[in-house]
Ligand binder design. Structure first.
Ligand code: BES
Ligand code: MN
Ligand code: MN
Length: 456
Protein backbone atom coordinates (compact mmCIF):
# COMPACT_ATOMS: atom_id res chain seq x y z
CA UNK A 1 0.00 0.00 0.00
CA UNK A 2 2.88 2.35 0.71
CA UNK A 3 4.24 1.96 -2.79
CA UNK A 4 0.74 2.41 -4.16
CA UNK A 5 0.23 5.61 -2.20
CA UNK A 6 3.48 7.09 -3.38
CA UNK A 7 2.47 6.20 -6.96
CA UNK A 8 -0.82 8.05 -6.41
CA UNK A 9 0.87 11.10 -4.86
CA UNK A 10 3.57 11.36 -7.51
CA UNK A 11 1.03 11.10 -10.33
CA UNK A 12 -1.42 13.64 -8.92
CA UNK A 13 -0.69 16.31 -11.52
CA UNK A 14 -1.15 13.90 -14.43
CA UNK A 15 -4.40 12.58 -12.91
CA UNK A 16 -5.70 16.14 -12.68
CA UNK A 17 -4.56 17.01 -16.20
CA UNK A 18 -6.42 14.00 -17.56
CA UNK A 19 -9.54 14.80 -15.57
CA UNK A 20 -9.43 18.35 -16.93
CA UNK A 21 -9.33 16.92 -20.45
CA UNK A 22 -12.49 14.92 -19.70
CA UNK A 23 -14.16 17.96 -18.13
CA UNK A 24 -13.52 19.99 -21.29
CA UNK A 25 -15.89 17.69 -23.20
CA UNK A 26 -19.43 19.06 -22.83
CA UNK A 27 -21.16 15.67 -22.57
CA UNK A 28 -24.65 16.98 -21.81
CA UNK A 29 -26.88 13.97 -22.32
CA UNK A 30 -30.22 15.76 -22.24
CA UNK A 31 -29.49 18.03 -25.20
CA UNK A 32 -29.08 16.42 -28.62
CA UNK A 33 -26.88 19.26 -29.80
CA UNK A 34 -24.14 17.74 -27.61
CA UNK A 35 -24.46 14.16 -28.97
CA UNK A 36 -21.02 14.21 -30.58
CA UNK A 37 -19.48 15.42 -27.35
CA UNK A 38 -21.20 12.68 -25.38
CA UNK A 39 -19.68 10.18 -27.82
CA UNK A 40 -16.27 11.84 -27.41
CA UNK A 41 -16.51 11.51 -23.63
CA UNK A 42 -17.31 7.80 -24.02
CA UNK A 43 -14.26 7.39 -26.28
CA UNK A 44 -12.10 9.19 -23.73
CA UNK A 45 -13.27 6.86 -20.95
CA UNK A 46 -12.56 3.87 -23.17
CA UNK A 47 -9.02 5.04 -23.94
CA UNK A 48 -8.27 5.70 -20.29
CA UNK A 49 -9.63 2.32 -19.20
CA UNK A 50 -7.42 0.60 -21.75
CA UNK A 51 -4.37 2.63 -20.67
CA UNK A 52 -5.08 1.78 -17.04
CA UNK A 53 -5.02 -1.92 -17.81
CA UNK A 54 -8.64 -2.91 -18.41
CA UNK A 55 -9.44 -5.61 -20.95
CA UNK A 56 -12.32 -6.19 -23.36
CA UNK A 57 -13.02 -2.48 -23.24
CA UNK A 58 -15.93 -1.65 -25.46
CA UNK A 59 -18.17 1.26 -26.30
CA UNK A 60 -21.57 -0.38 -26.28
CA UNK A 61 -24.08 1.39 -28.48
CA UNK A 62 -27.65 1.76 -27.21
CA UNK A 63 -30.74 3.50 -28.54
CA UNK A 64 -29.38 6.54 -26.75
CA UNK A 65 -25.88 7.32 -25.53
CA UNK A 66 -23.35 4.50 -25.23
CA UNK A 67 -22.23 2.55 -22.19
CA UNK A 68 -18.51 2.02 -21.71
CA UNK A 69 -17.70 -1.46 -20.47
CA UNK A 70 -14.32 -2.82 -19.45
CA UNK A 71 -13.03 -5.54 -17.16
CA UNK A 72 -10.03 -7.10 -15.53
CA UNK A 73 -10.63 -10.64 -14.41
CA UNK A 74 -7.49 -11.72 -12.58
CA UNK A 75 -8.77 -14.84 -10.87
CA UNK A 76 -12.29 -16.25 -11.09
CA UNK A 77 -12.11 -17.38 -7.47
CA UNK A 78 -11.69 -13.79 -6.26
CA UNK A 79 -14.68 -11.51 -5.64
CA UNK A 80 -15.75 -9.24 -8.48
CA UNK A 81 -16.52 -5.56 -7.99
CA UNK A 82 -18.65 -3.83 -10.61
CA UNK A 83 -17.91 -0.13 -10.72
CA UNK A 84 -20.81 1.99 -11.96
CA UNK A 85 -20.72 5.69 -12.77
CA UNK A 86 -21.76 8.17 -15.43
CA UNK A 87 -19.76 10.33 -17.83
CA UNK A 88 -22.71 12.47 -18.89
CA UNK A 89 -23.45 15.77 -17.19
CA UNK A 90 -26.36 18.10 -16.57
CA UNK A 91 -26.85 21.11 -18.84
CA UNK A 92 -24.66 24.01 -17.70
CA UNK A 93 -27.25 26.77 -18.13
CA UNK A 94 -27.38 29.54 -17.17
CA UNK A 95 -23.84 30.07 -18.45
CA UNK A 96 -23.67 33.70 -17.30
CA UNK A 97 -23.82 32.66 -13.65
CA UNK A 98 -20.52 30.75 -13.89
CA UNK A 99 -17.45 32.59 -12.64
CA UNK A 100 -15.38 30.64 -15.16
CA UNK A 101 -16.93 28.80 -18.14
CA UNK A 102 -18.40 25.37 -17.26
CA UNK A 103 -16.34 23.46 -19.81
CA UNK A 104 -13.06 25.25 -19.17
CA UNK A 105 -12.07 23.56 -15.92
CA UNK A 106 -10.28 25.91 -13.55
CA UNK A 107 -8.50 25.27 -10.29
CA UNK A 108 -9.36 27.82 -7.56
CA UNK A 109 -8.71 27.46 -3.82
CA UNK A 110 -8.00 23.77 -4.17
CA UNK A 111 -11.23 23.14 -6.05
CA UNK A 112 -11.85 22.09 -9.63
CA UNK A 113 -14.61 24.23 -11.15
CA UNK A 114 -16.43 22.66 -14.09
CA UNK A 115 -19.73 21.04 -14.98
CA UNK A 116 -19.38 17.39 -13.99
CA UNK A 117 -16.35 18.02 -11.75
CA UNK A 118 -18.14 16.22 -8.91
CA UNK A 119 -21.19 14.74 -10.67
CA UNK A 120 -19.88 12.43 -11.84
CA UNK A 121 -16.76 12.75 -14.00
CA UNK A 122 -14.46 13.58 -11.10
CA UNK A 123 -15.75 10.62 -9.11
CA UNK A 124 -15.68 8.23 -12.07
CA UNK A 125 -12.14 9.28 -12.80
CA UNK A 126 -11.06 8.46 -9.23
CA UNK A 127 -12.03 4.87 -9.98
CA UNK A 128 -10.10 4.74 -13.23
CA UNK A 129 -6.99 6.17 -11.58
CA UNK A 130 -7.31 3.99 -8.47
CA UNK A 131 -7.61 0.99 -10.80
CA UNK A 132 -4.56 2.12 -12.76
CA UNK A 133 -2.61 2.50 -9.52
CA UNK A 134 -3.63 -0.99 -8.35
CA UNK A 135 -2.76 -2.59 -11.69
CA UNK A 136 0.58 -0.81 -12.10
CA UNK A 137 1.60 -1.68 -8.56
CA UNK A 138 0.39 -5.28 -8.74
CA UNK A 139 -1.97 -5.00 -5.80
CA UNK A 140 -5.32 -5.54 -7.50
CA UNK A 141 -7.06 -8.01 -5.20
CA UNK A 142 -10.50 -8.35 -6.84
CA UNK A 143 -11.80 -8.76 -10.33
CA UNK A 144 -13.23 -5.54 -11.70
CA UNK A 145 -15.87 -4.66 -14.23
CA UNK A 146 -16.53 -1.08 -15.25
CA UNK A 147 -19.92 0.04 -16.46
CA UNK A 148 -19.85 3.77 -17.12
CA UNK A 149 -22.99 5.12 -18.72
CA UNK A 150 -23.90 8.30 -20.57
CA UNK A 151 -27.56 8.74 -19.70
CA UNK A 152 -27.80 8.95 -15.92
CA UNK A 153 -28.76 12.61 -15.99
CA UNK A 154 -31.66 11.92 -18.30
CA UNK A 155 -33.07 8.80 -16.70
CA UNK A 156 -30.81 5.86 -17.66
CA UNK A 157 -33.56 4.53 -19.90
CA UNK A 158 -31.26 2.45 -22.09
CA UNK A 159 -29.10 1.02 -19.33
CA UNK A 160 -31.86 -1.21 -17.95
CA UNK A 161 -32.37 -3.11 -21.22
CA UNK A 162 -28.58 -3.28 -21.72
CA UNK A 163 -28.11 -4.86 -18.29
CA UNK A 164 -30.78 -7.45 -19.05
CA UNK A 165 -29.17 -8.25 -22.40
CA UNK A 166 -25.67 -8.41 -20.89
CA UNK A 167 -26.34 -10.33 -17.70
CA UNK A 168 -23.82 -12.96 -18.79
CA UNK A 169 -20.93 -10.52 -18.58
CA UNK A 170 -22.08 -8.75 -15.46
CA UNK A 171 -21.37 -11.54 -13.03
CA UNK A 172 -20.16 -9.95 -9.85
CA UNK A 173 -20.55 -9.65 -6.12
CA UNK A 174 -21.21 -5.99 -5.49
CA UNK A 175 -21.75 -2.70 -7.28
CA UNK A 176 -19.47 0.11 -6.17
CA UNK A 177 -20.65 3.65 -6.92
CA UNK A 178 -19.09 7.02 -6.21
CA UNK A 179 -21.84 9.46 -7.11
CA UNK A 180 -23.02 10.71 -3.72
CA UNK A 181 -21.69 12.93 -0.95
CA UNK A 182 -20.08 12.86 2.46
CA UNK A 183 -21.16 15.18 5.29
CA UNK A 184 -17.90 17.16 5.39
CA UNK A 185 -14.24 16.60 4.63
CA UNK A 186 -13.66 15.87 8.31
CA UNK A 187 -16.94 13.98 8.77
CA UNK A 188 -16.93 11.03 6.36
CA UNK A 189 -20.22 9.27 5.71
CA UNK A 190 -21.68 6.63 3.43
CA UNK A 191 -25.16 7.00 2.01
CA UNK A 192 -27.30 3.97 2.65
CA UNK A 193 -30.29 4.95 0.61
CA UNK A 194 -31.41 6.82 -2.45
CA UNK A 195 -34.86 8.18 -3.12
CA UNK A 196 -36.92 7.16 -6.08
CA UNK A 197 -38.32 9.58 -8.58
CA UNK A 198 -41.55 10.21 -10.35
CA UNK A 199 -41.38 13.06 -12.86
CA UNK A 200 -44.22 14.53 -14.85
CA UNK A 201 -44.90 17.42 -17.14
CA UNK A 202 -48.37 18.94 -17.02
CA UNK A 203 -50.19 21.04 -19.57
CA UNK A 204 -53.27 23.04 -18.68
CA UNK A 205 -55.33 24.44 -21.52
CA UNK A 206 -58.00 27.09 -21.15
CA UNK A 207 -59.45 28.75 -24.26
CA UNK A 208 -58.41 27.42 -27.66
CA UNK A 209 -56.24 30.50 -28.34
CA UNK A 210 -54.60 33.40 -26.56
CA UNK A 211 -57.23 36.04 -25.82
CA UNK A 212 -57.35 39.76 -25.15
CA UNK A 213 -57.32 39.93 -21.35
CA UNK A 214 -59.65 42.91 -21.33
CA UNK A 215 -62.20 41.55 -23.73
CA UNK A 216 -62.30 38.01 -22.19
CA UNK A 217 -60.55 38.34 -18.80
CA UNK A 218 -62.78 37.63 -15.81
CA UNK A 219 -65.12 35.47 -17.87
CA UNK A 220 -62.84 32.63 -19.00
CA UNK A 221 -60.58 30.39 -16.88
CA UNK A 222 -56.96 31.50 -17.00
CA UNK A 223 -54.84 28.32 -17.27
CA UNK A 224 -51.92 29.92 -15.40
CA UNK A 225 -54.12 30.68 -12.41
CA UNK A 226 -55.73 27.24 -12.61
CA UNK A 227 -52.31 25.58 -12.71
CA UNK A 228 -51.08 27.62 -9.73
CA UNK A 229 -54.16 26.70 -7.72
CA UNK A 230 -53.74 23.06 -8.61
CA UNK A 231 -50.07 23.02 -7.64
CA UNK A 232 -50.74 24.94 -4.43
CA UNK A 233 -53.44 22.45 -3.47
CA UNK A 234 -50.95 19.57 -3.66
CA UNK A 235 -49.74 20.39 -0.11
CA UNK A 236 -51.71 21.32 2.99
CA UNK A 237 -50.73 23.76 5.76
CA UNK A 238 -48.47 21.08 7.29
CA UNK A 239 -46.66 20.66 3.97
CA UNK A 240 -48.20 17.25 3.77
CA UNK A 241 -48.87 16.06 0.22
CA UNK A 242 -52.62 15.89 -0.42
CA UNK A 243 -52.70 13.32 -3.22
CA UNK A 244 -54.97 10.55 -1.91
CA UNK A 245 -52.98 7.38 -1.28
CA UNK A 246 -49.61 9.12 -1.68
CA UNK A 247 -48.32 7.98 1.72
CA UNK A 248 -50.09 4.61 1.83
CA UNK A 249 -47.03 2.46 1.23
CA UNK A 250 -44.40 4.74 2.81
CA UNK A 251 -42.14 2.79 5.10
CA UNK A 252 -42.08 4.59 8.44
CA UNK A 253 -38.86 4.37 10.40
CA UNK A 254 -38.94 2.97 13.90
CA UNK A 255 -38.40 5.25 16.87
CA UNK A 256 -34.89 3.91 17.38
CA UNK A 257 -34.01 4.34 13.69
CA UNK A 258 -35.18 7.94 13.87
CA UNK A 259 -33.23 8.45 17.06
CA UNK A 260 -30.13 7.14 15.37
CA UNK A 261 -30.75 9.47 12.44
CA UNK A 262 -31.08 12.45 14.74
CA UNK A 263 -27.49 11.89 15.83
CA UNK A 264 -26.25 12.62 12.28
CA UNK A 265 -24.18 15.81 12.52
CA UNK A 266 -26.29 18.64 11.13
CA UNK A 267 -26.29 22.33 11.93
CA UNK A 268 -29.54 24.06 11.02
CA UNK A 269 -28.11 27.54 11.51
CA UNK A 270 -25.24 26.87 9.09
CA UNK A 271 -27.70 25.31 6.66
CA UNK A 272 -29.94 28.39 6.68
CA UNK A 273 -26.99 30.74 6.48
CA UNK A 274 -25.54 28.88 3.51
CA UNK A 275 -28.84 29.13 1.63
CA UNK A 276 -29.58 32.68 2.82
CA UNK A 277 -33.03 31.71 4.08
CA UNK A 278 -34.62 32.83 7.32
CA UNK A 279 -36.27 29.55 7.95
CA UNK A 280 -36.63 26.07 6.54
CA UNK A 281 -39.99 24.77 5.35
CA UNK A 282 -41.11 21.19 5.15
CA UNK A 283 -43.40 18.47 6.36
CA UNK A 284 -44.50 19.03 9.95
CA UNK A 285 -43.21 16.53 12.47
CA UNK A 286 -39.95 15.76 10.68
CA UNK A 287 -36.47 17.21 10.92
CA UNK A 288 -34.60 18.61 7.93
CA UNK A 289 -32.50 15.48 7.45
CA UNK A 290 -35.61 13.34 7.73
CA UNK A 291 -37.43 15.53 5.21
CA UNK A 292 -34.70 14.94 2.63
CA UNK A 293 -33.71 11.42 3.62
CA UNK A 294 -36.72 9.33 4.59
CA UNK A 295 -39.79 11.29 3.51
CA UNK A 296 -41.31 11.61 0.06
CA UNK A 297 -41.65 15.10 -1.42
CA UNK A 298 -43.25 16.96 -4.29
CA UNK A 299 -41.59 19.91 -5.97
CA UNK A 300 -42.46 22.10 -8.93
CA UNK A 301 -39.25 22.26 -10.99
CA UNK A 302 -40.40 24.77 -13.56
CA UNK A 303 -43.51 26.62 -14.61
CA UNK A 304 -44.27 28.68 -17.70
CA UNK A 305 -46.96 30.08 -19.89
CA UNK A 306 -48.33 33.32 -21.29
CA UNK A 307 -46.21 36.32 -22.12
CA UNK A 308 -42.79 36.66 -20.48
CA UNK A 309 -41.00 38.87 -22.98
CA UNK A 310 -40.03 42.50 -22.60
CA UNK A 311 -42.67 45.05 -21.70
CA UNK A 312 -46.30 44.10 -21.25
CA UNK A 313 -48.79 42.22 -23.33
CA UNK A 314 -52.36 42.04 -22.10
CA UNK A 315 -53.11 38.44 -22.81
CA UNK A 316 -55.22 35.70 -21.31
CA UNK A 317 -53.13 32.73 -22.40
CA UNK A 318 -54.42 29.52 -23.83
CA UNK A 319 -51.90 27.31 -22.08
CA UNK A 320 -49.77 26.90 -18.95
CA UNK A 321 -47.16 24.24 -18.21
CA UNK A 322 -45.18 22.87 -15.30
CA UNK A 323 -42.63 20.20 -14.55
CA UNK A 324 -43.25 18.44 -11.26
CA UNK A 325 -41.10 15.87 -9.52
CA UNK A 326 -41.81 13.63 -6.60
CA UNK A 327 -39.02 11.98 -4.60
CA UNK A 328 -40.02 8.60 -3.34
CA UNK A 329 -39.03 6.43 -0.42
CA UNK A 330 -39.40 2.71 0.26
CA UNK A 331 -41.92 1.15 -0.52
CA UNK A 332 -43.46 3.62 -2.92
CA UNK A 333 -43.54 2.68 -6.58
CA UNK A 334 -42.72 5.24 -9.22
CA UNK A 335 -45.38 3.95 -11.58
CA UNK A 336 -48.11 3.91 -8.92
CA UNK A 337 -47.26 7.37 -7.64
CA UNK A 338 -47.25 8.77 -11.16
CA UNK A 339 -50.71 7.31 -11.64
CA UNK A 340 -52.00 8.66 -8.31
CA UNK A 341 -50.65 12.08 -9.24
CA UNK A 342 -52.19 12.04 -12.71
CA UNK A 343 -55.62 10.96 -11.45
CA UNK A 344 -55.60 13.54 -8.71
CA UNK A 345 -54.29 16.32 -10.91
CA UNK A 346 -57.09 15.81 -13.39
CA UNK A 347 -59.60 15.76 -10.56
CA UNK A 348 -58.55 19.07 -9.03
CA UNK A 349 -58.72 20.94 -12.33
CA UNK A 350 -61.27 23.75 -12.09
CA UNK A 351 -64.10 24.07 -14.60
CA UNK A 352 -63.06 25.51 -17.91
CA UNK A 353 -59.61 23.95 -18.31
CA UNK A 354 -58.34 20.71 -19.77
CA UNK A 355 -55.41 18.89 -18.26
CA UNK A 356 -52.78 16.66 -19.77
CA UNK A 357 -50.19 14.81 -17.67
CA UNK A 358 -47.11 13.46 -19.42
CA UNK A 359 -44.89 11.14 -17.38
CA UNK A 360 -41.11 11.42 -17.83
CA UNK A 361 -38.45 9.02 -16.57
CA UNK A 362 -38.70 7.65 -13.08
CA UNK A 363 -36.84 5.43 -10.69
CA UNK A 364 -37.40 3.32 -7.63
CA UNK A 365 -36.08 4.11 -4.16
CA UNK A 366 -33.44 1.89 -2.58
CA UNK A 367 -31.96 1.24 0.79
CA UNK A 368 -28.53 -0.37 0.75
CA UNK A 369 -27.48 -2.67 3.57
CA UNK A 370 -25.14 -1.35 6.24
CA UNK A 371 -24.30 -4.79 7.62
CA UNK A 372 -22.88 -6.33 4.45
CA UNK A 373 -19.28 -7.30 3.83
CA UNK A 374 -19.05 -4.65 1.12
CA UNK A 375 -20.38 -1.90 3.38
CA UNK A 376 -17.90 -2.93 6.06
CA UNK A 377 -15.09 -2.88 3.52
CA UNK A 378 -16.08 0.65 2.51
CA UNK A 379 -16.54 1.82 6.07
CA UNK A 380 -13.16 0.46 7.13
CA UNK A 381 -11.50 1.95 4.05
CA UNK A 382 -12.85 5.41 4.81
CA UNK A 383 -11.97 5.04 8.47
CA UNK A 384 -8.40 4.29 7.42
CA UNK A 385 -8.02 7.16 4.97
CA UNK A 386 -10.05 9.84 6.77
CA UNK A 387 -9.00 8.76 10.24
CA UNK A 388 -12.66 8.67 11.30
CA UNK A 389 -15.36 6.05 11.06
CA UNK A 390 -17.93 7.12 8.44
CA UNK A 391 -21.54 7.69 9.48
CA UNK A 392 -24.31 5.98 7.50
CA UNK A 393 -26.68 8.61 6.07
CA UNK A 394 -29.79 8.62 3.91
CA UNK A 395 -29.30 10.69 0.80
CA UNK A 396 -32.01 12.75 -0.82
CA UNK A 397 -30.92 12.28 -4.43
CA UNK A 398 -31.73 9.52 -6.88
CA UNK A 399 -29.71 7.14 -9.02
CA UNK A 400 -32.55 5.34 -10.77
CA UNK A 401 -30.51 2.39 -11.98
CA UNK A 402 -29.48 1.19 -8.51
CA UNK A 403 -32.84 -0.46 -7.85
CA UNK A 404 -32.52 -2.22 -11.20
CA UNK A 405 -29.09 -3.63 -10.33
CA UNK A 406 -30.79 -5.31 -7.42
CA UNK A 407 -33.78 -6.52 -9.40
CA UNK A 408 -31.99 -7.71 -12.52
CA UNK A 409 -28.56 -8.74 -11.25
CA UNK A 410 -29.44 -9.51 -7.64
CA UNK A 411 -26.59 -7.22 -6.59
CA UNK A 412 -26.53 -4.68 -3.79
CA UNK A 413 -24.68 -1.41 -4.15
CA UNK A 414 -22.28 0.48 -1.94
CA UNK A 415 -22.57 4.25 -2.31
CA UNK A 416 -19.04 5.29 -1.48
CA UNK A 417 -19.19 8.87 -2.73
CA UNK A 418 -16.75 11.66 -1.96
CA UNK A 419 -18.63 14.82 -2.97
CA UNK A 420 -19.99 17.51 -0.68
CA UNK A 421 -23.55 18.84 -0.73
CA UNK A 422 -21.95 22.25 -1.18
CA UNK A 423 -20.24 21.21 -4.45
CA UNK A 424 -23.12 22.81 -6.38
CA UNK A 425 -23.84 19.80 -8.57
CA UNK A 426 -26.45 20.65 -11.24
CA UNK A 427 -25.90 24.36 -10.44
CA UNK A 428 -23.60 27.06 -11.82
CA UNK A 429 -20.07 26.86 -10.39
CA UNK A 430 -20.14 23.12 -9.74
CA UNK A 431 -16.82 22.11 -8.23
CA UNK A 432 -14.96 19.24 -6.66
CA UNK A 433 -12.16 19.46 -4.14
CA UNK A 434 -8.73 18.17 -5.13
CA UNK A 435 -8.73 16.81 -1.56
CA UNK A 436 -11.87 14.79 -2.32
CA UNK A 437 -10.57 13.59 -5.69
CA UNK A 438 -7.31 12.39 -4.16
CA UNK A 439 -9.02 10.97 -1.07
CA UNK A 440 -11.20 8.90 -3.36
CA UNK A 441 -8.23 7.56 -5.31
CA UNK A 442 -6.58 6.67 -2.03
CA UNK A 443 -9.66 5.06 -0.47
CA UNK A 444 -10.81 2.90 -3.40
CA UNK A 445 -7.78 0.53 -3.29
CA UNK A 446 -8.28 0.12 0.46
CA UNK A 447 -11.88 -0.88 -0.26
CA UNK A 448 -10.65 -3.49 -2.76
CA UNK A 449 -8.12 -4.86 -0.29
CA UNK A 450 -10.68 -5.00 2.55
CA UNK A 451 -13.35 -6.49 0.34
CA UNK A 452 -11.20 -9.36 -0.86
CA UNK A 453 -9.93 -10.01 2.68
CA UNK A 454 -13.38 -9.88 4.30
CA UNK A 455 -14.86 -12.06 1.54
CA UNK A 456 -12.55 -14.95 2.30
N1 BES B 1 -25.33 11.93 -8.46
C1 BES B 1 -26.67 12.37 -8.51
C2 BES B 1 -27.53 11.83 -7.40
C3 BES B 1 -27.12 12.23 -6.01
C4 BES B 1 -26.61 13.47 -5.73
C5 BES B 1 -27.27 11.33 -5.01
C6 BES B 1 -26.21 13.80 -4.45
C7 BES B 1 -26.91 11.67 -3.73
C8 BES B 1 -26.36 12.91 -3.45
C9 BES B 1 -27.26 11.95 -9.85
O1 BES B 1 -26.40 12.24 -10.91
C10 BES B 1 -28.50 12.74 -10.09
O2 BES B 1 -28.42 13.93 -10.23
N2 BES B 1 -29.65 12.10 -10.18
C11 BES B 1 -30.86 12.76 -10.54
C12 BES B 1 -31.85 11.79 -11.09
C13 BES B 1 -31.84 11.70 -12.59
C14 BES B 1 -32.95 10.80 -13.06
C15 BES B 1 -31.89 13.02 -13.28
C16 BES B 1 -31.50 13.41 -9.35
O3 BES B 1 -31.30 12.98 -8.20
O4 BES B 1 -32.21 14.41 -9.56
MN1 MN C 1 -24.49 11.65 -10.54
MN1 MN D 1 -26.61 14.43 -11.34
Amino acid sequence: MEQLNSYIQSNQQRFLDELFELLRIPSVSADSKFSDDVARAAAFIKTKLVEAGAENVEICATNGHPIVYGEKIIDPTLPTVIVYGHYDVQPADPYELWTTPPFEPTLRDGKIYARGACDDKGQVYMHIKAFEAMVKNNVLSCNVRFMIEGEEECGSSNLGPWIIANKHRLKGDVILISDTSIIANDIPSIESGLRGLSYVEVEVTGPNRDLHSGVYGGAVANPIQALCEMIASMKDENQHITIPGFYDTVLELSKSEREEMSRTPFNLEDYKKDLDIENVRGEAGYSTIERTGIRPTLECNGIWGGYTGEGSKTVLPSKAFAKISMRLVPNQSSEEITKLFADHFRKVAPAGVKVEVRPHHGGEPVVTPTDSVAFKAASMAMEETFGKKPIPTRGGGSIPIVALFEKELGLKSVLMGFGLDSDLIHSPNEHYGVFNFMKGIETIPVFFRNYSQLSK
